[in-house]
Design a binder for this molecule. Structure first.
Ligand code: TRP
Length: 340
């Protein structure tokens, strides 16, 4: 269990992850594996944001399964649910409650400027619901509830963090220092993993299956995907992202997973051709994912234990969130209740 007094003094890191399918090797190299290193110095909160997922139509059974699977993946890569809070957003009603209140401090105009809203409404033209519109307010509530100092985010979420800061500052300027104003966490520059088929684009799970490696891919799938990865025709193994993005991507995957400098890998592969490069990349990926998958399978085999961890952490999250929410309710003038 978290030690409350020492937890309280550590800076808070909050990360929300949508349960929208398996995470990729890109998520692992770029973010997940660094999260483990933060556990001792920060109070980390990893929230499976199932309420955010509802902004697009979901299959209920699949979404339920994905929530558990994502939580298990977090633990499988080594995050410790006794040190970090790993829980599901919908288990802590304070998220939705604070989101409502913050909606009343957020302007239509600023939400209309969100590029993700514009993109998503173009993509789901038949379902432009208000949840999609107020999505950033729920995200602001997630972050502000825990007095978060730092939020690890990619470029696509920068605008949402900006609006979170704006809403928090607006609220503070009316009511005093209620919220900590969060900043982006720029971690150790994890290398960016690119698509195996279009190596100038980021590897993404919303692209076709053959372009990414999922953390749960079987060895034969990994072998096939890497074998088919796009390279180039000059046959030369060297790191040159502008002219040789495919080869450079494979080299940086190997470098990231082995910790070896790229130059040494290039030397070792001298004369082995692209076949040798791909074989090396395949071996590294399989060797990395095997223990993660074994751990994932172990966790998923005992759903009751997994559920108990999530329940226990949701309780702790609710306790922490209530401190902020109670204060907010009092400040804005919600009806007092007996216990206060
Ligand atoms: N919007 C984020 C995404 O799609 C997910 C998210 C929800 C989030 N709440 C958050 C990320 C709070 C960071 C902090 O990636």
């Amino acid at each position: 269990m978290q030690n409350q007094s020492s937890e309280a003094r550590k800076p808070v890191i909050f990360s929300g992850i949508q349960p929208s399918g398996t995470l990729t090797l890109g998520n692992y190299i770029g973010a997940l594996r660094n999260f483990k290193l933060l556990e001792d110095d920060y109070s980390c909160v990893y929230c499976v944001v199932d309420l955010h997922a509802l902004t697009v139509r979901q299959d209920a059974a699949q979404l339920r399964a994905r929530c558990l699977s994502l939580a298990a993946t977090y633990m499988a890569v080594g995050l410790n649910p006794d040190k970090s809070l790993i829980y599901c957003q919908s288990h802590v009603s304070a998220h939705a409650e604070l989101a409502w209140i913050l909606n009343c401090y957020t302007y239509m105009g600023e939400l209309s400027r969100m590029t993700q809203f514009k993109d998503k409404s173009a993509k789901h033209a038949d379902n432009i619901n208000s949840g999609l519109f107020t999505y950033p307010v729920l995200m602001a509530a997630d972050i502000l509830l825990y007095q978060t100092n730092l939020v690890p985010i990619g470029a696509d979420q920068k605008q949402h963090l900006e609006i979170t800061r704006d809403i928090g500052q607006r609220f503070n300027s009316i009511y005093g220092d209620v919220f900590t104003i969060p900043e982006a966490y720029i971690g150790k520059v994890g290398s960016r993993v690119m698509s195996l088929q279009e190596p100038t684009r980021k590897m993404s799970k919303s692209d076709p299956e053959e372009t990414y490696i999922s953390l749960l891919d079987k060895p034969e799938d990994i072998r096939r995907k890497v074998r088919r990865a796009v390279t180039d025709s000059d046959g030369d193994i060297r790191f040159d992202f502008d002219n040789k993005p495919g080869v450079s991507n494979l080299l940086s995957i190997i470098a990231a997973l082995t910790g070896e400098p790229v130059e040494r890998i290039v030397n070792e592969l001298d004369g082995k051709g692209y076949g040798g490069l791909k074989a090396r990349a395949t071996d590294c990926v399989i060797a990395t994912l095997e223990p993660i998958q074994a751990e994932y399978n172990r966790i998923m085999a005992d759903k009751a234990a997994l559920q108990a961890i999530l329940d226990r952490n949701a309780l702790e999250a609710s306790r922490r969130a209530a401190r902020t929410l109670d204060k907010v309710k009092r400040k804005v003038g919600c009806a007092p209740h007996g216990k206060a």
